[in-house]
Design a binder for this molecule. Structure first.
Ligand SMILES: [Zn+2]
Length: 235
């Protein structure tokens, strides 16, 4: 049934009001909550992610829009996985610090805005298995996706992908064993993501095995992986 003009205008009005309230609340939180360095807890100015000392060990990826995984998927990541960046991501994942996702998620906005991403793209975080989600209490990639979504205005679909089984922690695993661990691990929700342009959000891109497994699940429902957005890339 076609939507009447009046009800469409009402919906648009509601969305505008919600956007304004969300933006206002976000600015109040920025003002009231003191911001700390994502790596070492030192106070930082404004919305800076790193303190002066940690910023010295932060390496930005050269030309982030021209970086690809071995499987050929485009990677948009601001940082190289090392030093303060690696420490911040490890704290976010393993030290029960979900609040770090906000500043780290905001730091992704630049590389996404500079890339040629279709305006209708959906941000989809790499999911955790149910067991890992219970163990950690939150999905760090979903929190990063939510922060990025707020910053760049692309819609976020945190339940579009489901992880069917948990892989062991991948630290130290080689390329072949990573690919084996995650192959067939993901399933896409056709109702949410069919035919969509997808920006996949992961915390770190290492061998590209996880994103390749997600891309296969997306392809099964005719969705297209436009790019992988991550905080850092392992070089
Ligand atoms: Zn610091």
């Amino acid at each position: 049934m076609p939507v009447s003009k009046n009800s469409a205008q009402l919906d648009c009005g509601r969305v505008d009001v919600i956007s304004v309230i969300t933006a206002l609340l976000s600015r109040i939180v920025d003002f009231v909550v003191p911001q700390c360095c994502a790596s070492c807890e030192s106070p930082v100015r404004g919305n800076a992610v790193w303190c002066f000392r940690c910023a010295d060990t932060v390496a930005e990826l050269p030309k982030p829009g021209t970086c690809f995984t071995p499987q050929g998927h485009r990677v948009l990541a601001p940082f190289v996985y090392q030093g303060s960046v690696a420490r911040a991501i490890q704290r976010l994942k393993f030290s029960d610090r979900p609040e770090l996702a906000r500043a780290l998620g905001f730091s992704l906005a630049n590389v996404v805005e500079l890339a040629d991403i279709p305006a209708d793209s959906l941000i989809v975080p790499v999911p955790l298995s149910a067991a890992r989600l219970v163990e950690r209490g939150y999905n760090q990639s979903a929190l990063l996706a939510s922060a990025l979504s707020r910053k760049v205005g692309l819609r976020c679909r945190p339940t579009a992908l489901r992880r069917m089984h948990s892989a062991p922690h991948q630290v130290g695993a080689n390329k072949a064993s990573r690919a084996q661990q995650v192959a067939g691990a993901f399933m896409a929700n056709r109702k949410i993501i069919q035919h969509a342009n997808v920006v996949l959000l992961d915390d770190v891109v290492t061998t590209g095995a996880t994103s390749a497994a997600c891309a296969a699940a997306l392809k099964a429902v005719n969705a297209r992986l436009v790019a992988i957005v991550a905080v850092a890339r392992v070089l």
